[in-house]
Design a protein around this ligand. Structure first.
Ligand code: MTE
Length: 317
C-alpha cells in the first residue's frame, strides 16, 4: 500500500502540474460541450451483479425527481485511482478486491481501533436515502444510496473535544489500482466535525439496494449530498480525527479551483465555468441531458445552511 506523504518523495518524483494537466484534460473533455455529456447518455447500460442489502426506505430523504438508472450511475464515474476518464473506473476496477477490508479509526478519539468492514456494516440498520448528487463538473444524478449516518460510527469511537475535523483516506494499492503518476496517493478528503456529524452525511455501503459497484467506491464510501461529489471519498481505509483542517486531494492539486468547503453554490463560479446550472443524467436514452438550475447547497439548504451562518461562502468555496 502506498502511504507516502509529499515530504518523503524526492522532488524529481513529483509532477503535480502534469497530473493536474491530465486531470484537467479529462475534466475539459467532459465539459468541452454538450456533445461530451450527451455522449454520457450513450454509455453502455451494462448491469453488474451485486449482493442485495437489507435496507429500509427513509421517507425523510426522498427527492421527487427522476432517479438515474442504476447502470448509468455505475458507468459514468470519477475514481482517479482507476484512471482519469469517466469510463475507466468501470473498466479497470472489475477485479478490485473489497474483502477482507478494514477501516482504521485514529487520531483525536478516545477509542482508536481497526474495524472489520462486515462488523461496521452491521453496526446500525441500513437505510435507503434518495439523494441528489452533483459533481463540480456540472453533471448531476439522483441516486438511492444505502447506509446509515456517519455520526453513528463516529459516536462509537468517542472523539475528543479537541477533534475539529475528520479526514477520510482511500485505499492506495499499486497491485489493485492504476494510481496515475504525479500525485501523492492516497486520495484524501475532509469535513468539519459538525459536517461529519450532520445526519445527512451517509456512511455508504450500497446503492439501489445492492452493495456498491467497485467503481462507485466499494466497499465503503461517504456521501455528503449538499457538497460537490469530490467530498465523497471512495473505498475508505482510514478515518482520522484532527484539530487542524486536513489536506485534501483536489485542494492540494488546484487550490484556486477546489476549496475545502465545496458547498454546491450556484452563485460562485468555478474559475473555468459557471456553477449556475447542471446537466441531469436521469435517463439512459436521452441524447441531450436536461439542463436545470443548480440549487444552493444542492437543495439541502433548509437542513445545512445554518452550518455556515456568518461565513463568506465566496471565500470558503
Ligand atoms: N474518491 C476517490 N478515492 N477517488 C476519486 O477519484 N473522485 C471524487 C469522489 N470520490 C474520487 C473519490 C469525485 S471528483 C466525484 S465527482 C465522486 O467521487 C464521483 O462519485 P460517483 O462515482 O459515485 O459518481
Amino acid at each position: 500500500m502506498l502511504i507516502r506523504r509529499a515530504k518523503e518523495i524526492a522532488s524529481s518524483e513529483i509532477t503535480p502540474k502534469e497530473t493536474l494537466r491530465a486531470f484537467q484534460r479529462s475534466r475539459r473533455e467532459l465539459l468541452a460541450g454538450l456533445g461530451a455529456v450527451a455522449g454520457a447518455a450513450l454509455l453502455p447500460t451494462e448491469a453488474w451483479a451485486f449482493d442485495k442489502l437489507n435496507v429500509t426506505e427513509n421517507n425523510k430523504y426522498v427527492v421527487n425527481e427522476t432517479v438515474t438508472p442504476q447502470a448509468k450511475a455505475q458507468s459514468y464515474n470519477n475514481f482517479y485511482e482507476f484512471g482519469t476518464s469517466k469510463s475507466d473506473p468501470a473498466a479497470n476496477a472489475k477485479k478490485f478486491r473489497t474483502r477482507p477490508w478494514t477501516i482504521r479509526v485514529e487520531g483525536l478519539v478516545k477509542k482508536p481501533q481497526t474495524l472489520d468492514l462486515d462488523a461496521v456494516m452491521k453496526l446500525r440498520p441500513m437505510e435507503q436515502r434518495v439523494y441528489r448528487f452533483r459533481c463540480v463538473e456540472a453533471w448531476s444524478m439522483v441516486i438511492p444510496w444505502d447506509g446509515y449516518s456517519l455520526a453513528e460510527l463516529v459516536k462509537t469511537v468517542e472523539p475528543l473535544p479537541s477533534a475539529k475535523y475528520v479526514q477520510f483516506l482511500s485505499l492506495a494499492d499499486r497491485q489493485e489500482m492504476q494510481l496515475p503518476g504525479g500525485y501523492d496517493w492516497p486520495y484524501s478528503e475532509g469535513l468539519r466535525m459538525d459536517e461529519a456529524m450532520h445526519p445527512l452525511t451517509l456512511l455508504t455501503f450500497g446503492s439501489y439496494g445492492e452493495t456498491l459497484a467497485n467503481q462507485q467506491g466499494a466497499p465503503v464510501r461517504v456521501i455528503v449530498p449538499w457538497k460537490y461529489g469530490f467530498k465523497s471519498a471512495k473505498s475508505i481505509v482510514k478515518i482520522r480525527f484532527t484539530d487542524k483542517q486536513p489536506s485534501t486531494t483536489w485542494n492540494d492539486l488546484a487550490p484556486q479551483e477546489y476549496g475545502f468547503y465545496s458547498n454546491v453554490n450556484p452563485y460562485v463560479d468555478h474559475p473555468r465555468w459557471s456553477q449556475a446550472h447542471e446537466r441531469r443524467l436521469d435517463s439512459s436514452n436521452s441524447l441531450f441531458p436536461r439542463t436545470i438550475p443548480t440549487q444552493p447547497f444542492n437543495g439541502y439548504g433548509n437542513e445545512v445552511a445554518g452550518l455556515y451562518a456568518g461565513m463568506d461562502l465566496k471565500k470558503y468555496y
